[in-house]
Design a protein around this ligand. Structure first.
Ligand SMILES: CC(C)(COP(=O)(O)OP(=O)(O)OC[C@H]1O[C@@H](n2cnc3c(N)ncnc32)[C@H](O)[C@@H]1OP(=O)(O)O)[C@@H](O)C(=O)NCCC(=O)NCCS
Length: 181
């Protein structure tokens, strides 16, 4: 277990999380900002990239589990439903290497505040444990729900940049929040 919030638990993903990953990454609506649903090979690559990040960086996108009501802090979890992914990754924005909070949730768990709750814990973890002075979110300029999460994290827009992904030029906004004090 990496992080715990009032309603959620974040832990490293494993092979057993492939079905939960598929539910998000193969959903065209959830993947609209990524230019559509992934195929099976892309889902596999996505999981492998997170496992590589855990090994190399010690962090990456983590599985987000819904805690059973009343479960005590630090209890083992296991078998709890995985409702999304949230975590911290290294990214290059405008030539600088930065720490970025990422969040993708299964559609049936949108509009409950879970993304903001998980991402707030990741932001705080980046400041407290990873020594970050600034934490970013990178958001495609069409992704209003994601912008609203960034704003709820206390972030403001710092710059624009264009990502080249899946053969498409995608204008993005770099949101960031600075360590307090
Ligand atoms: C981006 C994404 C995670 C945002 O999800 P979201 O549900 O809009 O965001 P939150 O989990 O913070 O929920 C906020 C909503 O929950 C509501 N809410 C309900 N109960 C709540 C509670 N207890 N606490 C806080 N908010 C609550 C808020 O009022 C808000 O409502 P709204 O959606 O009508 O504005 C989701 O759209 C997603 O997974 N998209 C696909 C992947 C993606 O694009 N990721 C971002 C890439 S940059």
């Amino acid at each position: 277990m990496i992080l715990e919030t009032e309603r959620l638990r974040l832990r490293e993903m494993t092979e057993a999380d492939l079905p939960a990953l598929r539910a998000i990454l193969r959903d065209p609506a959830a993947m609209a900002a990524y230019e559509g649903a992934f195929d099976e090979a892309m889902v596999r690559d996505w999981l492998d990239r997170q496992l590589e990040r855990y090994r190399h960086d010690g962090f990456g996108l983590w599985a987000v589990e819904l805690r059973a009501p009343g479960s005590s802090a630090g209890s083992a979890g296991g078998g709890a439903p995985v409702i999304g992914q949230c975590g911290i990754t290294r990214q290059r924005i405008d030539g600088d290497e930065v720490l970025k909070v990422g969040y993708l949730f299964a559609r049936e768990f949108w509009h409950c505040g879970y993304a903001t709750e998980a991402a707030s814990a990741c932001r705080d973890h980046a400041f407290a444990e990873l020594g970050a002075e600034r934490v970013y979110a990178q958001v495609r300029d069409t992704n209003l729900a994601s912008m609203n999460v960034a704003i709820r994290l206390g972030m403001t827009v710092r710059s624009r940049f264009v990502k080249h992904y899946r053969g498409v030029e995608m204008p993005h906004l770099a949101f960031a929040v600075d360590r307090a004090g």
